[in-house]
Every structure is written in C-alpha cells, then in structure tokens.
Write a protein that binds this ligand. Structure first.
Ligand code: HEC
Ligand code: HEC
Length: 310
C-alpha cells in the first residue's frame, strides 16, 4: 500500500500515464481521455476551441478597460469615477432638469394664455389636464373624491356633472379654487349664507312642511300636493330671492338648483328639511397661497373637462 503522506521520490503518486496521438486526424478519430471512467463512460480531454479561448481573453481585456473607463470599484463614500466621467445620477438630474424646463415653458404659457383659449391649444390643454390631475389628487381628492364624484354626506359637491353651485366656466372654477368658499382665510372667498329658517324661528313647523313639499315637487320627487301647493307662497316669499322662482338656483351666491335631481346635501324629505331648518354652510379652503397660478389654472382645466364644464 502506498502511503500518500510519504512524498519520497520512490513513493510519489503519479497521474495515470497518457498517450497523445500525433496527428490531428488521429486525434479526431481517437481523442485522448482524462482517464476518468464512470460505468464505462469516459471523459475526453479535448482542448478548448480556439474561438472560445479568444473570446475569454477578450472579455478579460474588456473588463480591465471597463474598470478604467467607467465607475467601477465601490469605495466608502462613492465608487471610482472612471476616466470617461459617466454618472447615471448626473444623467438623471440633467434629464429631470430638461423635463422641468420643458414643463416650465408650458406653465408660463398657461398663465399667459387667456383662460378660454387654453382648450383650443391641444398640446397646452393636454399638459394642463395632466398637471391638473396630479394637483387634484394631491389637493382636492380628500374632499371631492379621487374621481371628483364628491361626498354628499359631507356636502362635498360632485364635480363630474353639469350642475354648478358657483358656475362652471374656466373663470368661475379658477375663482372658486383661488379664494375658496366661506373660509376665513381670504376676504375674496365666495360667500353667502342661507338663513336657518327653523332654528331662527323664521318659519313655523307647518310652513316648513309646506315648503319642503314644494321643493320636492320642484324636483319631481314624491310629495304631498296639498302641502306643496300651500308651500308655493312660502317659497316665493322666502326662498325665491336666492333659489329663483322656478328653483333653478343662482351661481352668483352659490344657491343650488332645487328643480333637478342633483343634490349637494341630499334630496330626501329629511335632508331637505334639515337644509331648511338649520341651513348649510359648506366651506372650501382657498388655494391662492398653496398653489402657483399655473397650477390653479391646470386644476381648473382638469375639473372643467371632467364632464360638466361650461
Ligand atoms: C376641505 C375640503 C375641500 C377641499 C380640499 C377642496 N374642496 Fe372644493 N369644495 C368643497 C366644498 C365643501 C364645496 C362646496 C361649497 C359650497 O357649499 O358652496 C366645494 C366646491 C368646489 C367647487 C364649486 C363647485 C360648483 O358646483 O360650483 C369647485 C370647482 C371645487 N370645489 C374645486 C376644488 C378643487 C379644484 C380643489 C383642489 C384644488 C378643491 N375643490 C379642494 C370642499 C373642498
Ligand atoms: C340668502 C339666500 C338663500 C335663501 C333666502 C334660501 N337659500 Fe337655500 N341655499 C342657499 C345656499 C347658498 C345654499 C347652499 C349652502 C351650501 O352650499 O352650504 C342653499 C342650500 C339649500 C338647500 C340644499 C340643496 C342641496 O342641493 O342639498 C335646500 C334644500 C335649500 N337651500 C332650500 C331653501 C328653501 C326651501 C328656502 C326658503 C325657505 C331657502 N333655501 C332659502 C341660499 C339661500
């Protein structure tokens, strides 16, 4: 038995002796094997193909060149910068600033273009609606809903329909968004108060029942015709100055139309009674200091095209 630890020349463990055939033809016909054999299957000992070896060497040369030319080795603060000075971070920064410069042009154009003409410039309008969409999601959706459908229980109006409280032209919407509604922050905020007819004793219970039924009849909802007929006079005396004789409302003071099926606070007899008894006082913040003028115009263009712009 040969002791493998004993490295004396006489005892050296030597690889199995191999015989190399001389000619290429011989080599192909009878390639040398490594001497390994598993169940009679032998492993050939062919040299690597030349092309493969060359590509391997080229990749090594390429890698060395790459280390030198490009940022490669990580350090503690940053990586080696490479002689070409390439930086993906700097590229992103320039792309962003190019992008912003292009946007800035549009923002400038938005402010200088007449509000009603924004829609006529396709490219500008598309930009305004996109920019307005993101302003809306950030600033308006918590009240008006992501899609602009509003929340009736809270008196946040639906902006998708063509029923407007304060008007639906670009100009109206810009004014509403700039100064807000019934807030204390801006003296220019849109303002109006409906009297609390029940709470303040302006109408008695019977008159309230009558006028509620009259309002129901104006909108074509189920109602008691006798009460509604009696309520017409109460309505004309107390309500028509703001809501108009036919209930069509008044943009000038934000008095909602009462002759359709669109309700800000609800069209059930209970909701209408609540509106008449206690009145309502919907508040919207103004955005004059929170948004740039261009952003206000953009969000107005967005709201305007949601469905009901005038
Ligand atoms: C804090 C809640 C709140 C936020 C935020 C808010 N709104 Fe309003 N908005 C209201 C309320 C409440 C009204 C209805 C006020 C009323 O009763 O007259 C309203 C009314 C409006 C109107 C008038 C609708 C009409 O029929 O005339 C427009 C337009 C409008 N909002 C757009 C916006 C836009 C655009 C933004 C974001 C820049 C925004 N609002 C942010 C609560 C909000
Ligand atoms: C001074 C003007 C004014 C008068 C007078 C007035 N209203 Fe109003 N009314 C308003 C305004 C403004 C609102 C909207 C309040 C808000 O947006 O918060 C409103 C809201 C309502 C609503 C809620 C509508 C909805 O869509 O949910 C009803 C109902 C209503 N009024 C009925 C009446 C009736 C009935 C009378 C008469 C007894 C009356 N109003 C008198 C200004 C007036």
């Amino acid at each position: 038995m040969v002791d493998p630890k004993d490295k004396t020349p006489e005892n050296r463990v030597s690889p199995p002796s191999r015989q190399y055939p001389e000619t290429a033809a011989q080599l192909r016909a009878d390639p040398p094997t490594t001497g390994h054999s598993w169940d009679g299957i032998e492993e050939f000992d062919n040299p690597m193909p030349r092309w493969w070896v060359w590509i391997f060497i080229l990749t090594i040369i390429w890698a060395v060149g790459y280390w030198i030319a490009m940022p490669a080795w990580p350090g503690i603060q940053s990586a080696t910068s490479g002689v070409l000075g390439y930086s993906s971070r700097a590229n992103v920064a320039t792309e962003i600033s190019e992008f912003e410069a292009r946007n800035e042009e549009f923002f400038v154009q938005l402010v200088s273009t007449d509000l009603d003409e924004i829609r006529e410039n396709d490219e500008l309008h598309r930009f305004a609606v996109n920019a307005g969409d993101s302003v809306f999601r950030a600033q308006c959706s918590q009240c008006h809903g992501t899609g602009g459908a509003g929340v009736q229980a809270s008196g946040f109006p639906n902006l998708l329909d063509d029923d407007w409280l304060w008007g639906g032209t670009m100009d109206d919407i810009v004014t509403t968004v700039t100064w807000g509604i019934r807030n204390e922050d801006y003296p220019d905020a849109r303002y109006s108060v409906m009297p609390a007819f029940g709470q303040d004793g302006l109408l008695d219970e019977t008159e309230i029942d009558q006028v509620v039924n009259h309002v129901l009849s104006l909108s074509g909802a189920d109602h008691d015709s006798d009460l509604a007929a009696a309520g017409e006079e109460v309505y004309l005396n107390n309500c028509a100055s703001c809501h108009m004789d036919d209930g069509s409302g008044d943009y000038f003071i934000g008095a909602p139309a009462l002759n359709n099926q669109v309700w800000l606070y609800g069209g059930t007899p209970e909701a209408i009674r609540h509106s008449v008894y206690y009145s309502r006082f919907g508040v919207m913040p103004g955005f004059e200091t929170r948004l740039r003028e261009a952003e206000i115009r953009a969000v107005a263009a967005y709201v305007h095209q949601l469905g009901g712009g005038q």
